[in-house]
Write a protein that binds this ligand. Structure first.
Ligand code: HEC
Length: 197
């Protein structure tokens, strides 16, 4: 083999492993591995005290914040096409809202972590709709890896019915939502006036 061929081979190899390293990672049992670096991903939006399904504030508790992050590769692709590509992964972080921290006298700031959930698009692994939902919360703190929720879990019903782009709540992420509206990838059955059941 010529030196050039070896060099090209090495470059392809490196490119291949880089692409692989960036994909959502699963254990042999099909559990999703918690990405240690998700806070370096693209930040999409925060919701304050959103009430829908899980993580509702309990009585007397300050409504929590949630922060949504998406893999940078998926974000870049979405900004060009208005579609979330295969391998897209979102992380949703729920944090307590706090009052009167440090010099703050009014308003609310983000405090400790309450929950981490995830969504992955992988049509081969999840042929029934392409998306799957996960929680990394466990009795002993955050789990290193976690199995998907069964298709009967509430996540699927709400996301598949109410998400504006496929099963995602892109309507709450202002910058990607503008792109989806411009490129015509918002679901035809998305009705901004409809409330979740
Ligand atoms: C009743 C509706 C509803 C249910 C049930 C629900 N979600 Fe969501 N989910 C939402 C909304 C609304 C958002 C947007 C959050 C924001 O704007 O901060 C969201 C956002 C997310 C996101 C960010 C990516 C996206 O799709 O926009 C993840 C991950 C997520 N939810 C996971 C879950 C999991 C896991 C479950 C099941 C245990 C679940 N959700 C159940 C309404 C729901």
């Amino acid at each position: 083999m010529s030196r050039a061929a070896i060099a090209i081979g090495m470059v392809l190899c490196l490119a291949g492993s880089a692409a692989f390293a960036a994909d959502p990672s699963f254990t042999d049992k099909g559990e999703l591995v918690r990405p240690p670096d998700y806070r370096e991903w693209v930040f999409l939006a925060s919701g304050l005290g959103m009430t829908y399904g899980p993580n509702r504030p309990q009585a007397g508790q300050t409504p929590p914040f949630d922060n949504v992050f998406v893999r940078p590769e998926s974000y870049r692709e979405f900004m060009k096409t208005g579609r979330w590509p295969e391998g897209t992964m979102f992380m949703l972080e729920v944090r307590n809202a706090e009052e009167n921290v440090s010099i703050n006298a009014g308003g609310r700031t983000q405090g400790s972590l309450r929950a981490i959930e995830a969504a992955v698009k992988d049509s081969k692994r999840y042929p029934d709709g392409g998306w799957s939902y996960f929680s990394f919360d466990g009795p002993q703190g955050l789990k290193e890896s976690t199995a998907p929720f069964p298709r009967t879990a509430s996540c699927y019903a709400c996301h598949s019915r109410n998400g504006a782009v496929e099963w995602t709540f892109t309507q709450f992420y202002p910058v990607p939502f503008e792109v989806a509206q411009k490129l015509g990838t918002v679901r035809k059955d998305y009705d901004p006036a409809r409330k979740a059941e």
